[in-house]
Design a protein around this ligand. Structure first.
Ligand SMILES: Cc1cc2nc3c(=O)[nH]c(=O)nc-3n(C[C@H](O)[C@H](O)[C@H](O)COP(=O)(O)OP(=O)(O)OC[C@H]3O[C@@H](n4cnc5c(N)ncnc54)[C@H](O)[C@@H]3O)c2cc1C
Length: 435
């Protein structure tokens, strides 16, 4: 072993201090290993953006004291909103017994708190340190080159997010394809806690997660979100990069149109924009999984494409994949084998967990939706609003006449062949999920 290795050698290096990296690092430290967690930003969370929801089951599994973290609001209401050009239909689910299913947290505060917990448990945190590349010797990953110095380890856990230059460097992943990512853009709009609670019909301290389709997000694979922080709301969109490119729409224009829709405009009225951010979201799912391990290295979280975009879940998959990768690394230490022969156990653990089970369940949904976005994410939301417009109007016109008109429109504005394709797509989606 060279002098350099003995000086800068630890057991496990984790690259990236997002939810995946910190969970891997803290799990490895709890297993008694010497761990370095490397982050390019000056503090964890500084460069990280997302919608806003953290799922309690994963948070609690990694941080049993998560309630001490800077939490904005516990989610008590989950809304799904269908927009048409001017109207909206909202379904809100409230379950007071499961108040702690999820909470809203701001990444700059949450990630920082998580890393503080990891440091308390023995993780060495190296902020402001950019990992330039992995050091590979005789086909085995054995360290990292940073802008500060080189570090060596028996296992490197790659948690550097959706772009993962490191996983690409060692051939575990291909370059990002536009159809496998969505672009998320988000604004944080300041409003007083009282106004937020009034507009969302919330009890003090509780929050709402809202997902939106249709309206200005028409004819593309795109969804909107509105999440409540303590004294601000996050309004954002996530849209397929391929669709944005093909339709030559700029993401901030799409966000602006969403904000101007009467439904959203009412929620954010008189609010002040205090933050704007954008980030890619892995969308490829199960069919686009990269190779998850190689000799000496494991890939976790967004770097491995582990996002369930149907349910807007990413942080929980990141945290639990980080934990499972670290557990695999600990097993590798027990048998003294850091090759793929042992590290392949990570994939088995993912397969046995909700992570790959869920991604497999939805593996064809996005692909099927791609061809039918004009139907499922535009035409039918429109029709739902049209139906409720008729159903709720007391305008002196006989109801039967209006329902007949609605049914006639429904079938004349949509050719039978299109309807047939929608039914087939719907069946494909349902059977794909249930099989
Ligand atoms: C618009 C949007 C909305 C979302 N909403 C939600 C939501 O509400 N709920 C949810 O659960 N998920 C959501 N997600 C997904 C979620 O944010 C991600 O799945 C999650 O953050 C992945 O965690 P990670 O640790 O794998 O990666 P990241 O959080 O991206 O962390 C990667 C870290 O690695 C660091 N890094 C990168 N390269 C290097 C390098 N070379 N050297 C050193 N450090 C490096 C980065 O600075 C960063 O800190 C959303 C995502 C987006 C974009």
């Amino acid at each position: 072993m060279s002098e350099e290795i003995s000086q800068n050698k630890v057991d496990i290096i984790v690259v990236g201090a997002g939810p995946a990296g910190v969970s891997a690092a803290i799990t490895a430290a709890r297993g008694g290993k010497k761990v370095v967690l490397v982050e390019r930003a000056p503090f964890a969370g500084a460069k990280n953006m997302y919608g806003g929801v953290i799922y309690t089951h994963a948070a609690q599994e990694i941080f049993p004291n998560y309630k001490e973290a800077p939490i904005e609001r516990y989610i008590s209401a989950h809304s799904y909103v269908l927009l048409s050009e001017n109207d909206s239909t909202q379904i809100t689910y409230k379950n007071s017994l499961h108040k702690d299913n999820a909470f809203v947290a701001i990444r700059a505060k949450w990630d920082k708190w998580c890393v503080e917990q990891a440091v308390k448990e023995g993780v060495y945190f190296a902020p402001d340190t950019l990992v330039k590349e992995l050091i590979v010797k005789d086909g085995k990953v054995c360290g990292i080159t940073t802008d500060v110095e080189d570090f060596y380890a028996d296992v490197v856990i790659i948690a550097d997010g959706v772009n993962s230059l490191l996983a690409r460097q060692i051939g575990l992943r291909e370059d990002i394809k536009p159809k496998n990512v969505a672009l998320g853009v988000k604004e944080v709009i300041k409003l007083s806690p009282e106004v937020i609670e009034k507009r969302f019909a919330l009890k003090e301290g509780t929050g709402c997660a809202m997902e939106i389709v249709g309206g200005p997000l028409k004819n593309m694979l795109a969804m909107g979100i509105v999440y409540t922080n303590q004294d601000s709301v996050a309004v954002g969109i996530g849209a397929s990069l391929e669709d944005l490119k093909a339709q030559k729409i700029k993401p901030y224009e799409l966000l602006d149109s969403l904000k101007q829709h009467p439904f959203v405009a009412e929620i954010i009225e008189d609010g002040e924009i205090v933050e704007y951010s954008a980030h890619l979201i892995p969308e490829g799912g199960y069919n686009a999984l990269p190779k998850l391990y190689t000799d000496g290295a494991l890939v976790v979280g967004d770097a491995a494409g582990l996002v369930n975009n149907i349910h807007f879940e990413g942080t929980n998959l990141a945290m639990i994949s980080g934990k499972l990768a670290a557990q695999t690394a600990l097993e590798a230490f027990e048998c003294g084998d850091f090759s793929s022969n042992t590290l392949c156990l990570y994939k088995k653990k993912l397969e046995n967990s909700f992570i790959l089970k869920d991604l497999k369940t939805y593996k064809d949904v996005v692909h099927t939706l791609y061809g039918r976005t004009g139907s499922f994410l535009t035409y039918y939301p429109d029709k739902v609003n049209e139906f409720f417009n008729i159903f709720t109007a007391a305008d002196g016109q006989p109801k039967k006449e209006k329902f007949r008109q609605f049914t006639k429109h429904f079938f004349t504005k949509r050719s039978l062949s299109e309807l047939f394709k929608d039914v087939i797509a719907g069946i494909k989606i349902v059977f794909g999920i249930l099989k």
